[in-house]
Design a protein around this ligand. Structure first.
Ligand SMILES: N[C@@H](CCC[C@H](N)C(=O)O)C(=O)O
Length: 278
């Protein structure tokens, strides 16, 4: 099977974009893993598949698959890349694009050529919405592992996030701790694990170990989750610069039932045709 693809990235979180409106796609988990493979495939953290939406007032539907082939609900950096893909390729002339995701419709605003602002929706804290296997909602939770106690906050940005406060994020043994957290039965649908270092009330540093992809250079929904948790804890103001290993995002949240806003770049890398071994 031959597929036309576009490789994109948002501060180093990289994507293979497949336009299912312009070619017929039949992708099972094996195909998705082949595409995402960094040695035998194109290589990416997530695969984004564009489809026609059947919802009224929605411009496009996009499905999100992690590198391990699992389908997920939300992807912040991917949302910006989808906006840029549609706009720069002349497939969408509006600067306000409504995209359907598995977590519901989100609105993408083209600010400048490479800068996109996204309304990421209202964060949800109810354990059933995350999902988190606890009896009652709390401000923070505790995870007991062999390695120690890990207090964390949890939020759904459409997809599930646990946020842990840390000292210098550069020294966190993320590839050891995060998989153990992810495997814990508290998280029945898995979890994206963010380690947040608070620099001041308007600036954090963040590393995210993603569900289905491992540590990435950036996670947009993870940046939203960290800022929402920091604001809820009274530690951050309502507009925060988030420095991830791949670059900076700006996140805004006015609290309560207000949506979270994410602003950052989205870039093309290359495009081509790939042949899948079926
Ligand atoms: N990189 C993304 C998040 C992708 C999905 C995530 N790994 C999950 O499984 O929920 C982002 O920028 O938000």
């Amino acid at each position: 099977m031959k597929l036309e693809f576009t490789k994109m990235q948002g501060i180093g979180n990289d994507f293979v974009v497949l336009d299912g409106r312009r070619q017929s796609l039949q992708l099972d988990s094996d195909c998705l893993q082949q595409i995402a493979d960094r040695r035998f495939g194109v290589g990416c953290d997530q695969i984004l598949v564009l489809e026609k939406s059947n919802l009224p007032d929605v411009d496009v539907r996009y499905r999100i698959f992690n590198a391990d082939g699992s389908e997920v609900e939300q992807c912040g950096n991917g949302a910006r890349c989808i906006a840029r893909y549609l706009h720069s390729n002349g497939l969408e002339h509006k600067t306000e694009i409504v995209a359907e995701t598995a977590a519901g419709p989100i609105t993408l605003y083209i600010e400048l050529d490479d800068l996109v602002r996204v309304n990421m929706g209202v964060p949800r804290f109810a354990p059933a919405d995350i999902p988190l296997a606890v009896a009652e909602q709390a401000d923070s939770y505790n995870l007991s592992l062999e390695q120690g106690e890990f207090p964390f906050r949890a939020v759904s940005m459409g997809n599930p996030h646990a946020v842990l406060e840390s000292g210098d994020v550069d020294t966190v043994p993320i590839s050891v701790i995060a998989p153990m957290i992810q495997a814990h039965p508290l998280f029945p649908a898995g979890i994206n694990v963010g380690f947040m270092q608070i620099e001041d009330r308007e600036h954090i540093r963040l590393r995210v170990y993603e569900r289905g992809a491992g540590e990435t250079l950036a996670c947009g929904s993870g940046a939203c989750a960290a800022v929402v948790c920091g604001i809820s804890a009274g530690l951050l103001d309502d507009c925060v610069n988030v420095d991830l290993p791949g670059g900076r995002l700006q996140i805004q949240w006015a609290g309560d039932d207000n949506p979270v806003w994410m602003t950052g770049p989205a870039e093309f890398v290359f495009q081509g045709t790939l042949e899948l071994q079926t």
